[in-house]
Design a protein around this ligand. Structure first.
Ligand SMILES: Cc1cc2nc3c(=O)[nH]c(=O)nc-3n(C[C@H](O)[C@H](O)[C@H](O)COP(=O)(O)O)c2cc1C
Length: 437
């Protein structure tokens, strides 16, 4: 059996609202949250382990050094804060885990520890935390910095941030909460401790001013795949989002993560690595293949190219404006200061191709290609996971109710019929379910 996650890759935002006949009314009502509630309920019906909600906090202007393209298409903006959305999603579900994204560069550890503990209570122990370092200069400026800190410094901060939030989550000992109505005594003050955390970047006194939640600390998720990102995940993460386009590459990634975990004294079974995929489904293999052809052709359109160039500019941390590069020349070797591993995947995949060709053919998020009827794709996913050795897949389709239904009511039942995914949830918390197998 393997695990399934869904990556809501543009967060609590407008999603696809134009240029897609299945967009519905989302352009107008995305901010009400119903679409995401439907998504969470559907994924629980499908028996997914979790839904991961991305977040960023800027209106980007890296591409063309203007906000025009961002706001023309609604690229990562407009977007609401995902934290208040989480309890709405868990009100309508009973078992699925929901991971929310917070940036270690911009969220103070005290605020993060308190927010996540609050969510752990409100979700009855079903919350996770996607730890990111941020990758946009414009986002850094929202929080008062002149520039985005350098990649190595961001990960230095992230390591310290994890220590600080961990100390706050441990500031109430087991057994500190009494709720003894007779005495009366709410809590035993000898079991509640200041943390007096003094780091290079953060200070916090503690203790946390709320009581531990059902999970005590949220499930930690991490996605950065640079060496520094892998080390952070090896030390703290319980699930990792990874990009893999070959069985060999995926195996090597897992082996590398397991080696790093052992160096930190951790059991590799306590990390579930989910590989990004974007299956193309149809009523039959023939229909799915035709759909794939159409999707491939659409990638050469002016809209698709503009959006892709926008994405590359953003991924570089705003360092490069891809509107200035010649579409018919080879892709230059640029790594930037943003999502370095994502941009590296693109640049390496683009060798020998023009920028236009690379945009149309290199995927930085879709991994192994799965195309076919639900049953065909389920079989192929099973074979691939068997070869990789575990732990599961992270699906990141465009969010339309059509795509949600195809996966929840087509693919997931086909996977279940083959015994490849869970057919129920044995436990009440996200962590227990995730680590069950
Ligand atoms: C699948 C995936 C999801 C991510 N989600 C977010 C996100 O929600 N917000 C964000 O600021 N960064 C996000 N990132 C960025 C990373 O978590 C990380 O901070 C960034 O990639 C820089 O690390 P790296 O150079 O180690 O890849 C994501 C990256 C990947 C691959």
């Amino acid at each position: 059996m393997f695990h399934l996650g869904w990556f809501l890759g543009s967060g609590f935002s407008v999603q696809t609202w134009a240029l897609d006949p299945w967009a519905g009314n989302t352009g107008h009502d995305w901010m009400k949250g119903d679409l995401f509630v439907d998504l969470a309920a559907s994924l629980e019906r499908a028996r997914f382990d979790y839904l991961l909600v991305e977040d960023t906090s800027m209106v980007e202007d890296a591409y063309g050094r203007s906000m025009e393209t961002t706001l023309k298409y609604g690229m990562l903006a407009p977007k609401c804060d995902p934290v208040p959305l989480i309890p709405l999603l868990t009100q309508r579900t009973k078992h699925i885990g929901i991971a929310v994204t917070l940036s270690t560069s911009f969220y103070h550890p005290y605020m993060a520890a308190r927010t996540m503990t609050t969510l752990d209570h409100l979700t009855d122990g079903r919350v996770g935390l996607n730890v990111v370092t941020g990758s946009s200069t414009r986002a850094a400026q929202q929080y008062g910095y002149d520039e985005l800190m350098l990649h190595a410094d961001r990960y230095g901060m992230a390591g310290e941030w994890m220590e600080a939030v961990g100390a706050l989550w441990d500031s109430w000992e087991e057994g500190a909460v009494l709720v003894d109505r007779e005495t009366p005594r709410y809590a035993d003050h000898t079991k509640v401790h200041p943390v007096d955390f003094e780091g290079k970047h953060f200070r916090t006194r503690g203790p946390l001013n709320t009581i531990p939640g059902p999970q005590r600390r949220p499930v930690i998720v991490q996605a950065g795949a640079s060496p520094a990102g892998r080390d952070l995940a090896a030390k703290y993460a319980e699930s990792m989002l990874a990009h893999g386009t070959s069985i060999e590459g995926m195996k090597a990634f897992r082996q590398d993560m397991h080696r790093r975990m052992k160096e930190h004294g951790r059991d590799p079974a306590t990390l579930k690595i989910l590989f990004l995929i974007d299956p193309i489904l149809g009523d039959s293999d023939r229909v799915a293949q035709a759909r794939e052809e159409d999707m491939k052709a659409a990638r050469w359109s002016d809209h698709a190219i503009e959006k892709a160039l926008w994405g590359l500019s953003y991924t570089s941390g705003g360092e490069f404006d891809f509107s200035t590069f010649d579409l018919d020349e080879e892709v230059p070797d640029v790594w930037g200061n943003g999502e370095t591993s994502t941009l590296r995947t693109f640049v390496e995949g683009a060798r020998g191709k023009t920028l236009r060709e690379a945009i149309a053919t290199v995927d930085t998020h879709a991994g192994l290609a799965f195309v076919g009827s639900p049953d065909t794709v389920a079989a192929k996913m099973g074979e691939a996971m068997e070869e990789v050795g575990g732990d599961g897949f992270l699906l990141s389709p465009t969010v339309t109710r059509r795509n949600i239904a195809e996966i929840a009511d087509g693919l997931a039942p086909a996977l279940r019929k083959r015994g490849l995914i869970r057919d129920g949830y044995s436990h009440s918390t996200f962590r227990e379910n995730l680590l069950e197998f």
